[in-house]
Design a protein around this ligand. Structure first.
Ligand code: SAM
Length: 471
């Protein structure tokens, strides 16, 4: 039975509720009065339910789609301004005991060399990342209780935070590791992590079990209930995601929004982020063997729909996607992107991007400087800000600021201050010039005068060699 407040996976992601929703959506996809009502509700910026979003997804009308896109653009602008937060993934270990059929790290794959970074290697990778200008990482690892136990992950987090190379430092470590226990989530929280990210891969239980035939990840309920355990362990910023291409996208959007509704209903705060990964080619993996791939048009529609359904949730897109796709999605709702990613263990210290241990093909292969410059040319402010969780603005405290619009007084100056650091320490000449012009221009958009003045002072202080200011 469907119950968003239940703590049982099969009740808050009810298969029957999803099937009924999809049928309802199909029946109402041309019901213009209902669609009008849903679009009007979306325009109030309070979000949409999984049923409402599913009706819009089913509707093929071009005018409706254009209105949806316009709303997504507006909501993005109102809540996130023109800032784009930058991050990089850091792969710690590709040892894995799971049998995920779409992932090259699956344990039967004998072609890829297995590797786990030593603490010295973590240090070298982090210095390489700091030297590009990164301040925020998402650490990634396969699941292997012997080779990558939680103690190993915790040790890596400590190492990462301890490295101060030149003016560099990693100020926020987000964690993307397999579902674990409340006690382990508590230890991750104590280690000072930012967001705990775990992709659901698919909400369809039967497919989930077939796609994860062996290993601890096979357990659908344990995986699906992970975010509740993470929150119980004190982590209040959690990141959801579906790996699009595994199952039917209409099913997945519905499941994803039900998961967000569940977190809100039980914990009073929805997901901090939603990632939008699509299945990619990789060693031993051919995406064409999966029947549910989605094209760029549907991908854009999903992005816009998520934006208007959960306006308070950040959206992430990785270098799995090309520059062109990223450009389109940035407008429609994405607020965070990775740059200059290497998806192999030890990849950042290699001269040439290693492809033999990559988790998936990287489509966007530009340097961080190139991505930063490109963003500014398109009118976006690349932000290296990590202030919120360091100031205790997590979970519902963050959401309250976002909902009442006060966040601009923090995020906007923080974006400019951290862009200034990037410009001073890491940018090429062209990028620095563009950054300085942008900072000058965008200063005027800090809402409160007093904050504007302090921000101006900080910019000067950064020019004089000081670092790490934040609101
Ligand atoms: N091992 C952890 C787990 O099981 O959740 C997380 C780390 S895994 C390195 C990160 C994500 O990469 C997975 O959750 C999956 O969605 C994604 N992934 C795996 N294979 C992929 C592929 N072929 N193309 C694109 N993304 C893939």
């Amino acid at each position: 039975m469907y119950n968003p407040k239940s703590l049982k996976a099969e009740e808050f992601i009810s298969h029957e509720e999803i099937l009924e929703t999809l049928e309802y959506a199909e029946q109402n996809k041309n019901n213009m009065p209902l669609i009008r009502e849903i679009l009007d509700k979306a325009a109030t910026r309070k979000g949409l339910s999984h049923r409402e979003a599913s009706v819009l997804l089913a509707c093929d009308d071009e005018n409706v789609r254009e209105e949806m896109y316009a709303l997504a653009r507006q909501i993005k602008k109102d809540f996130y301004g023109n800032r784009i937060v930058m991050f990089a993934p850091l792969y710690l270990s590709n040892y894995c005991v799971n049998g995920c059929v779409y992932c090259p790290y699956h344990h039967q794959n004998k072609h890829i060399p297995r590797r786990k970074l030593t603490q010295d290697e973590v240090r070298a990778e982090v210095i390489a990342l700091q030297d590009m200008g990164h301040k925020r990482l998402a650490i990634e690892a396969g699941e292997d209780p012997v080779n990558n136990p939680l103690e190993y992950i915790l040790e890596c987090i400590d190492t990462i935070y301890s490295i101060k190379h030149k003016n560099g430092e990693i100020r926020r470590v987000n964690v993307n590791i397999a579902a674990t226990t409340v006690e382990n989530y508590r230890r991750l929280k104590e280690a000072g992590i930012g967001t705990y990210i775990l992709f659901q891969e698919t909400y369809h239980k039967e497919s989930y079990e077939a796609l994860h035939p062996t290993g601890p990840k096979h357990n659908y309920a344990y995986h699906t209930e992970a975010m509740d355990r993470a929150m119980e362990g004190g982590i209040d910023d959690v990141g959801l995601g579906v790996l699009f291409g595994l199952e039917l996208y209409k099913y997945e959007l519905c499941g994803l929004l039900m998961h967000a509704e569940h977190l809100e209903a039980v914990h009073g705060v929805g997901p901090h982020t939603i990632s939008l990964p699509r299945l990619k080619r990789a060693d031993d993996i051919n995406p064409d063997e999966f029947d549910n791939g989605i094209d760029d048009e549907i991908f854009a529609k999903l992005c816009a729909l998520i934006r208007i359904s959960v306006p308070y949730t950040g959206m992430i897109i990785s270098t799995r996607e090309s520059m062109e796709v990223r450009a389109k999605l940035l407008e429609l709702g994405v607020s965070q992107i990775s740059g200059a990613s290497r998806t192999s263990v030890g990849g950042y210290t290699e001269e040439v991007r290693p492809t033999d241990t990559e988790q998936f093909d990287v489509s966007d292969q530009r340097t961080l400087d190139e991505v930063v410059k490109w963003l500014m040319e398109a009118g976006f402010i690349p932000s290296f800000c990590t202030a919120c969780y360091r100031e205790g603005r997590t979970g519902d405290r963050f959401m309250t600021l976002l909902k009442n619009g006060k966040i601009h007084d923090c995020c906007h100056p923080n974006a400019l201050i951290t862009l200034k650091e990037f410009a001073e320490d890491y940018a090429s000449e062209d990028t620095r010039r563009l950054a300085n012009e942008m900072i000058e221009r965008e200063m005027a958009n800090i809402p409160t005068e007093k904050i504007r003045e302090i921000a101006r002072r900080h910019i000067e202080e950064i020019e004089n060699g000081k670092r790490d200011f934040r609101f």
